[in-house]
Design a binder for this molecule. Structure first.
Ligand code: COA
Length: 436
Protein backbone atom coordinates (compact mmCIF):
# COMPACT_ATOMS: atom_id res chain seq x y z
CA UNK A 1 0.00 0.00 0.00
CA UNK A 2 1.22 3.53 -0.69
CA UNK A 3 2.20 5.43 2.45
CA UNK A 4 -0.76 7.77 2.34
CA UNK A 5 -3.47 5.25 1.88
CA UNK A 6 -6.45 6.25 -0.26
CA UNK A 7 -9.96 6.26 1.10
CA UNK A 8 -12.22 3.32 0.40
CA UNK A 9 -12.35 -0.44 0.52
CA UNK A 10 -9.08 -2.17 -0.27
CA UNK A 11 -9.76 -5.12 -2.51
CA UNK A 12 -6.63 -6.76 -3.80
CA UNK A 13 -7.77 -7.84 -7.25
CA UNK A 14 -6.46 -11.21 -8.24
CA UNK A 15 -5.02 -12.01 -4.80
CA UNK A 16 -6.95 -14.25 -2.44
CA UNK A 17 -8.66 -12.45 0.42
CA UNK A 18 -10.42 -13.96 3.41
CA UNK A 19 -12.82 -16.61 2.04
CA UNK A 20 -12.54 -14.89 -1.32
CA UNK A 21 -14.68 -12.09 0.04
CA UNK A 22 -13.58 -8.64 1.06
CA UNK A 23 -16.43 -6.80 2.71
CA UNK A 24 -16.75 -3.04 2.53
CA UNK A 25 -17.13 -1.34 5.88
CA UNK A 26 -17.61 2.38 5.42
CA UNK A 27 -16.20 4.56 8.13
CA UNK A 28 -18.03 7.65 9.25
CA UNK A 29 -15.75 9.96 7.27
CA UNK A 30 -16.67 8.29 4.01
CA UNK A 31 -19.79 8.66 1.93
CA UNK A 32 -21.87 5.49 1.84
CA UNK A 33 -21.58 3.57 -1.40
CA UNK A 34 -24.83 4.00 -3.30
CA UNK A 35 -26.79 0.79 -3.75
CA UNK A 36 -24.26 -1.56 -2.11
CA UNK A 37 -25.87 -4.89 -1.37
CA UNK A 38 -24.47 -8.32 -0.65
CA UNK A 39 -24.71 -10.98 -3.34
CA UNK A 40 -24.23 -14.74 -2.82
CA UNK A 41 -20.47 -14.82 -2.66
CA UNK A 42 -19.06 -11.33 -2.52
CA UNK A 43 -19.52 -7.68 -1.83
CA UNK A 44 -21.25 -5.52 -4.38
CA UNK A 45 -19.35 -2.28 -4.70
CA UNK A 46 -20.59 0.96 -6.14
CA UNK A 47 -20.94 1.41 -9.87
CA UNK A 48 -17.71 2.68 -11.30
CA UNK A 49 -15.58 1.14 -8.49
CA UNK A 50 -15.59 4.55 -6.80
CA UNK A 51 -13.74 4.48 -3.51
CA UNK A 52 -12.48 0.92 -4.04
CA UNK A 53 -8.74 0.22 -3.88
CA UNK A 54 -8.11 -2.60 -6.33
CA UNK A 55 -4.38 -3.09 -6.05
CA UNK A 56 -0.99 -1.72 -5.20
CA UNK A 57 1.47 0.26 -7.27
CA UNK A 58 4.84 1.84 -6.64
CA UNK A 59 4.61 3.90 -9.79
CA UNK A 60 2.48 6.91 -8.97
CA UNK A 61 0.20 8.25 -6.31
CA UNK A 62 -2.84 10.47 -6.73
CA UNK A 63 -3.84 12.26 -3.53
CA UNK A 64 -7.15 13.70 -4.58
CA UNK A 65 -7.99 15.78 -1.52
CA UNK A 66 -4.60 17.47 -1.43
CA UNK A 67 -4.40 17.75 -5.22
CA UNK A 68 -1.03 16.03 -5.31
CA UNK A 69 0.44 13.73 -7.94
CA UNK A 70 3.76 11.97 -7.45
CA UNK A 71 5.75 9.54 -9.61
CA UNK A 72 7.68 7.14 -7.36
CA UNK A 73 7.62 9.80 -4.66
CA UNK A 74 8.67 12.73 -6.87
CA UNK A 75 6.16 15.56 -6.96
CA UNK A 76 4.89 16.42 -10.41
CA UNK A 77 5.53 20.09 -9.56
CA UNK A 78 9.25 19.26 -9.29
CA UNK A 79 9.37 16.97 -12.32
CA UNK A 80 7.42 19.18 -14.74
CA UNK A 81 9.89 22.09 -14.90
CA UNK A 82 13.06 20.03 -14.50
CA UNK A 83 12.82 16.54 -16.00
CA UNK A 84 12.84 15.43 -19.60
CA UNK A 85 10.31 12.83 -20.72
CA UNK A 86 13.04 10.23 -21.23
CA UNK A 87 14.11 10.69 -17.59
CA UNK A 88 10.53 10.05 -16.46
CA UNK A 89 10.37 6.93 -18.66
CA UNK A 90 13.49 5.67 -16.89
CA UNK A 91 12.04 6.51 -13.49
CA UNK A 92 8.83 4.61 -14.23
CA UNK A 93 10.39 1.61 -15.96
CA UNK A 94 13.51 1.13 -13.85
CA UNK A 95 12.52 2.48 -10.43
CA UNK A 96 14.80 5.45 -9.95
CA UNK A 97 15.96 8.61 -11.67
CA UNK A 98 18.79 7.82 -14.10
CA UNK A 99 22.32 9.10 -13.77
CA UNK A 100 23.81 10.88 -16.79
CA UNK A 101 25.04 7.69 -18.47
CA UNK A 102 21.83 5.78 -17.83
CA UNK A 103 19.79 8.61 -19.31
CA UNK A 104 22.04 8.80 -22.34
CA UNK A 105 21.74 5.05 -22.89
CA UNK A 106 17.96 5.17 -22.67
CA UNK A 107 17.79 8.11 -25.09
CA UNK A 108 19.91 6.13 -27.57
CA UNK A 109 17.68 3.06 -27.20
CA UNK A 110 14.49 5.06 -27.63
CA UNK A 111 15.88 6.89 -30.65
CA UNK A 112 17.03 3.63 -32.24
CA UNK A 113 13.54 2.16 -31.97
CA UNK A 114 11.52 4.97 -33.53
CA UNK A 115 11.21 3.60 -37.05
CA UNK A 116 8.02 1.73 -37.90
CA UNK A 117 8.15 -1.56 -39.78
CA UNK A 118 7.75 -0.66 -43.48
CA UNK A 119 4.70 -2.94 -44.08
CA UNK A 120 2.86 -1.06 -41.34
CA UNK A 121 3.64 2.28 -42.98
CA UNK A 122 2.43 0.85 -46.29
CA UNK A 123 -0.76 -0.41 -44.68
CA UNK A 124 -1.39 3.09 -43.27
CA UNK A 125 -1.47 4.40 -46.84
CA UNK A 126 -4.46 2.11 -47.51
CA UNK A 127 -6.54 3.43 -44.60
CA UNK A 128 -9.34 5.88 -45.55
CA UNK A 129 -8.04 9.42 -45.04
CA UNK A 130 -11.15 10.18 -43.00
CA UNK A 131 -10.22 7.59 -40.33
CA UNK A 132 -10.14 8.93 -36.80
CA UNK A 133 -6.55 9.21 -35.52
CA UNK A 134 -7.31 7.17 -32.39
CA UNK A 135 -8.69 4.30 -34.51
CA UNK A 136 -5.49 4.35 -36.53
CA UNK A 137 -3.27 4.51 -33.46
CA UNK A 138 -5.06 1.60 -31.76
CA UNK A 139 -4.85 -0.51 -34.92
CA UNK A 140 -1.21 0.17 -35.72
CA UNK A 141 -0.02 -0.28 -32.12
CA UNK A 142 -1.72 -3.66 -32.22
CA UNK A 143 0.00 -4.25 -35.57
CA UNK A 144 3.42 -3.65 -34.00
CA UNK A 145 3.07 -7.09 -32.42
CA UNK A 146 3.18 -8.65 -35.90
CA UNK A 147 6.74 -7.42 -36.33
CA UNK A 148 8.04 -8.07 -32.83
CA UNK A 149 10.05 -10.99 -31.50
CA UNK A 150 8.00 -14.09 -30.69
CA UNK A 151 8.71 -16.52 -27.86
CA UNK A 152 8.34 -20.30 -28.13
CA UNK A 153 4.66 -20.16 -27.17
CA UNK A 154 3.90 -17.59 -29.87
CA UNK A 155 3.56 -14.66 -27.49
CA UNK A 156 5.75 -11.57 -27.47
CA UNK A 157 8.06 -11.12 -24.51
CA UNK A 158 6.79 -8.43 -22.14
CA UNK A 159 9.90 -6.74 -20.82
CA UNK A 160 11.56 -3.31 -20.66
CA UNK A 161 12.79 -3.84 -24.22
CA UNK A 162 9.28 -4.19 -25.63
CA UNK A 163 8.15 -1.30 -23.41
CA UNK A 164 10.84 0.87 -25.02
CA UNK A 165 9.67 -0.23 -28.50
CA UNK A 166 6.14 0.85 -27.69
CA UNK A 167 7.11 4.19 -26.12
CA UNK A 168 9.45 4.98 -29.04
CA UNK A 169 7.05 4.05 -31.84
CA UNK A 170 3.77 5.50 -30.62
CA UNK A 171 4.71 9.11 -31.56
CA UNK A 172 5.97 7.91 -34.96
CA UNK A 173 2.54 6.39 -35.68
CA UNK A 174 0.74 9.59 -34.66
CA UNK A 175 3.01 11.82 -36.76
CA UNK A 176 2.91 9.44 -39.76
CA UNK A 177 -0.88 9.34 -39.79
CA UNK A 178 -1.07 13.11 -39.47
CA UNK A 179 0.90 13.41 -42.71
CA UNK A 180 -0.62 10.48 -44.59
CA UNK A 181 -4.15 11.75 -44.05
CA UNK A 182 -3.07 15.15 -45.36
CA UNK A 183 -1.79 13.42 -48.52
CA UNK A 184 1.87 13.81 -47.53
CA UNK A 185 4.63 11.25 -47.15
CA UNK A 186 5.61 10.43 -43.54
CA UNK A 187 8.92 11.86 -42.41
CA UNK A 188 11.44 9.41 -41.01
CA UNK A 189 12.31 9.96 -37.36
CA UNK A 190 15.69 11.43 -36.46
CA UNK A 191 17.76 9.73 -33.81
CA UNK A 192 19.62 12.85 -32.71
CA UNK A 193 16.54 14.57 -31.30
CA UNK A 194 14.64 14.24 -28.04
CA UNK A 195 11.23 12.51 -28.02
CA UNK A 196 9.46 15.88 -28.01
CA UNK A 197 11.62 17.56 -30.67
CA UNK A 198 11.52 14.50 -32.92
CA UNK A 199 7.74 14.32 -32.75
CA UNK A 200 7.36 17.93 -33.87
CA UNK A 201 10.01 17.41 -36.54
CA UNK A 202 8.17 14.36 -37.93
CA UNK A 203 5.00 16.43 -38.38
CA UNK A 204 6.54 19.28 -40.35
CA UNK A 205 10.04 18.31 -41.43
CA UNK A 206 11.37 21.40 -39.68
CA UNK A 207 13.28 21.62 -36.44
CA UNK A 208 10.94 23.03 -33.80
CA UNK A 209 11.70 26.16 -31.80
CA UNK A 210 12.98 25.53 -28.27
CA UNK A 211 9.77 26.83 -26.65
CA UNK A 212 7.67 24.31 -28.57
CA UNK A 213 9.97 21.41 -27.70
CA UNK A 214 10.00 22.38 -24.04
CA UNK A 215 6.23 22.71 -23.92
CA UNK A 216 5.66 19.31 -25.51
CA UNK A 217 8.28 17.74 -23.25
CA UNK A 218 6.51 19.10 -20.17
CA UNK A 219 3.16 17.90 -21.50
CA UNK A 220 4.55 14.36 -21.93
CA UNK A 221 6.03 14.43 -18.41
CA UNK A 222 2.69 15.53 -16.94
CA UNK A 223 0.75 12.82 -18.74
CA UNK A 224 3.19 9.94 -18.18
CA UNK A 225 1.32 8.19 -15.37
CA UNK A 226 -1.72 8.52 -13.15
CA UNK A 227 -2.14 5.47 -10.94
CA UNK A 228 -5.10 3.14 -11.63
CA UNK A 229 -7.00 5.32 -14.09
CA UNK A 230 -9.38 3.52 -16.46
CA UNK A 231 -6.93 2.85 -19.30
CA UNK A 232 -4.14 1.73 -16.97
CA UNK A 233 -6.55 -0.56 -15.18
CA UNK A 234 -7.63 -2.00 -18.54
CA UNK A 235 -3.98 -2.62 -19.37
CA UNK A 236 -3.43 -4.38 -16.05
CA UNK A 237 -6.55 -6.52 -16.44
CA UNK A 238 -5.39 -7.57 -19.90
CA UNK A 239 -1.83 -8.26 -18.71
CA UNK A 240 -3.16 -10.27 -15.77
CA UNK A 241 -4.47 -12.88 -18.23
CA UNK A 242 -0.87 -13.21 -19.42
CA UNK A 243 -1.72 -11.55 -22.70
CA UNK A 244 1.43 -9.83 -23.92
CA UNK A 245 2.45 -6.20 -23.63
CA UNK A 246 1.22 -5.28 -27.14
CA UNK A 247 -2.24 -6.66 -26.36
CA UNK A 248 -2.34 -4.86 -23.01
CA UNK A 249 -1.17 -1.56 -24.53
CA UNK A 250 -3.85 -1.88 -27.21
CA UNK A 251 -6.51 -2.39 -24.51
CA UNK A 252 -5.26 0.75 -22.82
CA UNK A 253 -5.50 2.84 -25.99
CA UNK A 254 -9.02 1.55 -26.61
CA UNK A 255 -10.03 2.54 -23.09
CA UNK A 256 -8.44 5.96 -23.31
CA UNK A 257 -10.57 7.20 -26.18
CA UNK A 258 -13.86 7.89 -24.34
CA UNK A 259 -14.53 11.50 -23.36
CA UNK A 260 -14.90 10.68 -19.67
CA UNK A 261 -11.18 9.82 -19.86
CA UNK A 262 -8.67 10.83 -22.56
CA UNK A 263 -11.22 11.84 -25.19
CA UNK A 264 -12.06 15.12 -23.46
CA UNK A 265 -9.42 17.60 -24.76
CA UNK A 266 -10.62 17.49 -28.37
CA UNK A 267 -14.07 18.38 -27.10
CA UNK A 268 -12.63 21.19 -24.97
CA UNK A 269 -11.14 22.59 -28.16
CA UNK A 270 -14.52 22.38 -29.89
CA UNK A 271 -15.99 24.41 -27.02
CA UNK A 272 -13.27 27.05 -27.37
CA UNK A 273 -13.89 27.24 -31.11
CA UNK A 274 -17.66 27.49 -30.61
CA UNK A 275 -17.34 30.15 -27.91
CA UNK A 276 -15.08 32.23 -30.15
CA UNK A 277 -14.73 35.19 -27.73
CA UNK A 278 -13.93 35.19 -23.97
CA UNK A 279 -17.01 37.26 -23.14
CA UNK A 280 -19.33 34.58 -24.52
CA UNK A 281 -18.12 31.96 -22.02
CA UNK A 282 -20.64 32.40 -19.24
CA UNK A 283 -23.68 32.29 -21.52
CA UNK A 284 -22.22 29.23 -23.21
CA UNK A 285 -21.75 27.39 -19.90
CA UNK A 286 -25.28 28.24 -18.74
CA UNK A 287 -26.72 26.97 -22.01
CA UNK A 288 -24.68 23.75 -21.78
CA UNK A 289 -25.83 22.99 -18.25
CA UNK A 290 -29.43 23.83 -19.18
CA UNK A 291 -29.19 21.08 -21.78
CA UNK A 292 -27.83 18.78 -19.00
CA UNK A 293 -24.51 18.45 -20.78
CA UNK A 294 -21.11 18.35 -19.15
CA UNK A 295 -18.36 20.89 -19.43
CA UNK A 296 -15.49 18.97 -20.90
CA UNK A 297 -12.19 19.33 -19.08
CA UNK A 298 -13.94 20.02 -15.78
CA UNK A 299 -14.31 17.53 -12.92
CA UNK A 300 -12.36 14.49 -11.84
CA UNK A 301 -13.14 11.27 -10.04
CA UNK A 302 -10.14 11.59 -7.71
CA UNK A 303 -9.19 15.27 -7.50
CA UNK A 304 -11.41 17.40 -5.34
CA UNK A 305 -9.20 20.38 -6.10
CA UNK A 306 -7.90 21.81 -9.34
CA UNK A 307 -5.87 19.08 -11.05
CA UNK A 308 -2.19 19.77 -10.18
CA UNK A 309 -1.25 19.27 -13.84
CA UNK A 310 -3.61 22.06 -14.94
CA UNK A 311 -1.37 24.73 -13.40
CA UNK A 312 1.56 23.77 -15.66
CA UNK A 313 -0.61 23.37 -18.71
CA UNK A 314 -2.22 26.74 -18.14
CA UNK A 315 1.19 28.36 -17.92
CA UNK A 316 2.23 26.68 -21.18
CA UNK A 317 -1.00 27.60 -22.95
CA UNK A 318 -0.46 31.23 -21.94
CA UNK A 319 3.20 31.34 -22.96
CA UNK A 320 2.65 29.59 -26.29
CA UNK A 321 -0.39 31.77 -26.95
CA UNK A 322 1.61 34.96 -26.39
CA UNK A 323 4.04 33.82 -29.08
CA UNK A 324 1.32 32.94 -31.59
CA UNK A 325 -2.38 33.63 -30.96
CA UNK A 326 -3.39 34.49 -27.37
CA UNK A 327 -7.09 34.00 -28.16
CA UNK A 328 -7.33 30.33 -27.24
CA UNK A 329 -5.75 30.78 -23.86
CA UNK A 330 -7.92 33.82 -23.18
CA UNK A 331 -11.11 31.95 -24.02
CA UNK A 332 -10.00 28.96 -21.93
CA UNK A 333 -9.24 31.20 -18.96
CA UNK A 334 -12.65 32.88 -19.25
CA UNK A 335 -14.34 29.52 -19.66
CA UNK A 336 -12.70 28.12 -16.52
CA UNK A 337 -13.82 31.18 -14.51
CA UNK A 338 -17.34 30.96 -15.92
CA UNK A 339 -17.51 27.22 -15.25
CA UNK A 340 -16.38 27.64 -11.65
CA UNK A 341 -18.96 30.35 -11.10
CA UNK A 342 -21.91 28.62 -12.75
CA UNK A 343 -21.11 25.15 -11.37
CA UNK A 344 -20.99 26.56 -7.84
CA UNK A 345 -24.40 28.08 -8.38
CA UNK A 346 -25.95 25.05 -10.07
CA UNK A 347 -24.23 22.27 -8.16
CA UNK A 348 -23.40 23.69 -4.75
CA UNK A 349 -21.30 21.35 -2.65
CA UNK A 350 -19.88 19.48 -5.67
CA UNK A 351 -16.21 20.12 -6.14
CA UNK A 352 -15.76 20.33 -9.90
CA UNK A 353 -12.58 22.03 -11.08
CA UNK A 354 -10.40 22.08 -14.19
CA UNK A 355 -8.70 18.77 -14.94
CA UNK A 356 -5.62 17.97 -17.01
CA UNK A 357 -7.57 18.04 -20.27
CA UNK A 358 -8.76 21.62 -19.93
CA UNK A 359 -5.55 23.50 -20.75
CA UNK A 360 -4.25 20.60 -22.82
CA UNK A 361 -6.54 21.90 -25.57
CA UNK A 362 -5.11 25.42 -26.01
CA UNK A 363 -1.57 24.10 -25.38
CA UNK A 364 -1.63 21.45 -28.09
CA UNK A 365 -3.60 23.66 -30.47
CA UNK A 366 -0.92 26.35 -30.12
CA UNK A 367 1.65 23.71 -31.06
CA UNK A 368 -0.23 23.20 -34.34
CA UNK A 369 -1.75 19.87 -33.38
CA UNK A 370 -5.35 19.40 -34.57
CA UNK A 371 -8.06 18.68 -32.00
CA UNK A 372 -8.76 15.15 -33.21
CA UNK A 373 -5.14 14.17 -32.48
CA UNK A 374 -5.15 15.37 -28.86
CA UNK A 375 -6.05 11.96 -27.43
CA UNK A 376 -3.24 10.39 -29.46
CA UNK A 377 -0.85 12.85 -27.82
CA UNK A 378 -2.14 11.71 -24.45
CA UNK A 379 -1.34 8.13 -25.49
CA UNK A 380 2.22 9.13 -26.46
CA UNK A 381 2.88 10.28 -22.90
CA UNK A 382 0.85 7.62 -21.11
CA UNK A 383 2.52 4.76 -22.99
CA UNK A 384 5.34 5.17 -20.44
CA UNK A 385 2.95 4.61 -17.53
CA UNK A 386 0.96 1.85 -19.23
CA UNK A 387 4.03 -0.23 -20.04
CA UNK A 388 5.48 0.29 -16.55
CA UNK A 389 2.15 -0.82 -15.02
CA UNK A 390 1.99 -3.86 -17.29
CA UNK A 391 5.48 -4.92 -16.18
CA UNK A 392 4.61 -4.22 -12.55
CA UNK A 393 1.45 -6.34 -12.88
CA UNK A 394 3.42 -9.22 -14.38
CA UNK A 395 5.99 -8.98 -11.59
CA UNK A 396 3.37 -10.08 -9.05
CA UNK A 397 0.58 -11.39 -11.19
CA UNK A 398 -2.73 -13.02 -10.46
CA UNK A 399 -5.66 -13.12 -12.84
CA UNK A 400 -7.97 -10.14 -12.24
CA UNK A 401 -11.43 -11.62 -12.41
CA UNK A 402 -14.19 -10.02 -10.36
CA UNK A 403 -17.76 -11.24 -10.00
CA UNK A 404 -20.99 -9.62 -11.10
CA UNK A 405 -24.29 -9.50 -9.27
CA UNK A 406 -26.74 -11.31 -11.52
CA UNK A 407 -29.90 -9.23 -12.03
CA UNK A 408 -31.59 -11.26 -14.80
CA UNK A 409 -34.57 -13.60 -14.49
CA UNK A 410 -34.41 -16.59 -12.13
CA UNK A 411 -33.70 -20.05 -13.53
CA UNK A 412 -36.65 -21.17 -15.66
CA UNK A 413 -37.32 -23.91 -18.21
CA UNK A 414 -36.09 -23.75 -21.79
CA UNK A 415 -38.88 -22.74 -24.20
CA UNK A 416 -39.10 -24.73 -27.44
CA UNK A 417 -39.05 -22.64 -30.63
CA UNK A 418 -42.67 -23.42 -31.63
CA UNK A 419 -43.87 -22.25 -28.21
CA UNK A 420 -42.16 -18.85 -28.28
CA UNK A 421 -44.19 -15.74 -28.94
CA UNK A 422 -42.53 -12.45 -29.86
CA UNK A 423 -43.11 -11.29 -26.29
CA UNK A 424 -42.38 -14.41 -24.25
CA UNK A 425 -39.78 -14.29 -21.53
CA UNK A 426 -39.58 -11.82 -18.70
CA UNK A 427 -41.96 -9.30 -20.26
CA UNK A 428 -39.20 -6.80 -20.95
CA UNK A 429 -38.89 -5.48 -24.45
CA UNK A 430 -37.13 -8.05 -26.62
CA UNK A 431 -33.95 -7.16 -28.45
CA UNK A 432 -34.51 -6.56 -32.13
CA UNK A 433 -33.82 -9.50 -34.41
CA UNK A 434 -30.45 -9.19 -36.15
CA UNK A 435 -31.99 -8.67 -39.59
CA UNK A 436 -34.84 -6.42 -38.43
N1 COA B 1 -19.79 19.32 -16.06
C1 COA B 1 -20.96 19.40 -15.44
N2 COA B 1 -21.31 18.62 -14.38
C2 COA B 1 -20.38 17.77 -13.95
C3 COA B 1 -19.13 17.64 -14.54
C4 COA B 1 -18.85 18.48 -15.64
N3 COA B 1 -17.68 18.41 -16.27
N4 COA B 1 -18.42 16.71 -13.89
C5 COA B 1 -19.20 16.23 -12.92
N5 COA B 1 -20.38 16.87 -12.97
C6 COA B 1 -21.52 16.65 -12.07
C7 COA B 1 -22.41 15.53 -12.58
O1 COA B 1 -23.39 16.01 -13.46
C8 COA B 1 -22.98 15.01 -11.30
O2 COA B 1 -23.99 15.90 -10.90
P1 COA B 1 -25.38 15.35 -10.30
O3 COA B 1 -24.97 14.57 -9.07
O4 COA B 1 -26.13 16.59 -10.00
O5 COA B 1 -25.97 14.50 -11.36
C9 COA B 1 -21.84 15.17 -10.31
O6 COA B 1 -21.03 16.22 -10.83
C10 COA B 1 -21.01 13.91 -10.14
O7 COA B 1 -20.68 13.40 -11.43
P2 COA B 1 -20.14 11.92 -11.65
O8 COA B 1 -20.19 11.64 -13.12
O9 COA B 1 -20.78 10.97 -10.73
O10 COA B 1 -18.68 12.07 -11.17
P3 COA B 1 -17.46 11.23 -11.63
O11 COA B 1 -16.59 11.06 -10.49
O12 COA B 1 -17.83 9.97 -12.34
O13 COA B 1 -16.91 12.28 -12.69
C11 COA B 1 -15.75 12.75 -14.66
C12 COA B 1 -15.65 12.32 -13.20
C13 COA B 1 -14.37 13.11 -15.15
C14 COA B 1 -16.31 11.59 -15.47
C15 COA B 1 -16.70 13.99 -14.80
O14 COA B 1 -16.25 15.05 -13.99
C16 COA B 1 -16.87 14.43 -16.23
O15 COA B 1 -17.70 13.89 -16.97
N6 COA B 1 -16.06 15.45 -16.69
C17 COA B 1 -16.14 15.90 -18.05
C18 COA B 1 -15.30 15.02 -18.97
C19 COA B 1 -13.82 15.16 -18.73
O16 COA B 1 -13.30 16.25 -18.54
N7 COA B 1 -13.12 14.03 -18.77
C20 COA B 1 -11.69 13.98 -18.55
C21 COA B 1 -11.40 13.50 -17.19
S1 COA B 1 -9.67 13.64 -16.80
Amino acid sequence: MPSSSPRGAHIRLGKPSLHGICRYTPNSAEPALGGSTLSHTGTVVDRGLEGVVVGTTELSNVEGKEGRLTYRGYDIHDLAPSACFEEVCYLLLFGQLPNKQQLEDLKVRLAANRMLPQPLVESMHTIPKTAWPMDVLRTIVSGLALFSPVGEDGSHPSNPRSAIHLIARTPTIVAAWDRIRRGLEPIEPRNDLSMAANFLYMRSGELPITEATEALNTYLVLLADHSYNASTFAARVCASTRADIYAAATSAIATLEGDLHGGAPGKVMHMLLEIGKPERSEAYVRELLKRKERIMGMGHREYKTRDPRAEHLEHMAKTLGEASDPKWYQIARALEDASNKVLQEEKPGKRIYANVEFYTAPTLFSLGIPADEFTCMFACGRMAGWTAHILEQLGDNRLIRPQARYSGPPVHPFVAMDQRSTRHGNGKQQAEAPNA
